[in-house]
Ligand binder design. Structure first.
Ligand SMILES: C[S@@+](CC[C@H](N)C(=O)[O-])C[C@H]1O[C@@H](n2cnc3c(N)ncnc32)[C@H](O)[C@@H]1O
Length: 221
């Protein structure tokens, strides 16, 4: 098995890197910078233009950074978030308890710990504005009748597992969204964008965070 290690990215924030394959959870140019730009600025802020009760689905909870940033956004804005995520390979406490996101974001570390420590398939009302649940499941086996307003599609890239980015996946994703729902992904691969279009999404290529030319926003019309 590929061993992982915690490393510091260029904006000072942690990510996890698999030593042999060189695959990381975030951009090495900055984990917080990447997640903030793609999932919060392009995703959550956009969804918040239309609604202030937002149901989010995240594919790949990982370090919990996207959930943590979403929690912070909710605490600073007039918004209620109902957050569901899947993660088949949760990280261990010895790793999540030393992530430097609370320090860099100057926010309560207890919240990030609670996101990680919560039992799978239990719902937690983490604050008046933020409801949260994690499901231990691989995307391939995940099915739901729930509908969401915003999807953070944050799997490892198509080079790692192309099945997560194929037409079956994009069809499943569009069916999980409400009308005008938004999908955000760091991935701007041509085939993925064609699969999104074939499934019925309108796609936009948006300027990526530092080190990434483009990211994808897809909207269900
Ligand atoms: C690029 S990382 C992003 C993690 C997370 N969003 C973060 O900010 O740390 C991809 C995540 O997807 C998870 N993952 C890998 N294969 C998966 C699968 N088949 N279904 C669901 N999640 C998967 C990994 O364990 C990892 O946590």
């Amino acid at each position: 098995m590929d061993e992982s290690e915690l490393i510091i990215t260029e904006d000072g924030s942690h990510t996890i890197l698999f030593k042999h394959s060189n695959i990381s959870y975030h951009s090495l140019h900055g984990a917080i910078a990447e997640s903030t730009k793609i999932y919060i600025e392009y995703g959550l802020v956009k969804a918040f233009e239309f609604k202030n009760i937002i149901r989010i689905f995240e594919m790949g909870f990982g370090t919990g950074l996207n959930a943590y940033l979403s929690y912070i956004f909710a605490s600073n804005n007039n918004i209620h978030i109902d957050y569901t995520c899947i993660e088949p390979y949760p990280i261990e406490e010895k790793i999540y308890s030393i992530l430097n996101y609370p320090k860099l974001l100057n926010y309560d570390s207890e919240i990030l710990n609670n996101l990680h420590a919560l039992e799978f398939s239990k719902q937690l009302q983490l604050s008046e504005k933020f409801k949260f649940q994690k499901i231990k499941c691989q995307w391939e086996y995940f099915s739901t009748i729930e509908k969401y307003d915003l999807i953070y599609y944050d799997a490892f890239g198509p080079g790692h597992d192309s099945a997560l980015w194929d037409l079956n996946s994009t069809m499943k994703l569009i069916n999980m969204l409400n009308h005008s729902g938004i999908l955000m992904s760091f991935c701007a691969q041509g085939q993925f964008k064609r699969n999104l279009k074939s499934a019925g999404f309108i796609t936009e290529g948006l300027k990526g965070p530092i080190g990434k030319r483009e990211v994808t926003r897809a909207t269900k019309k």
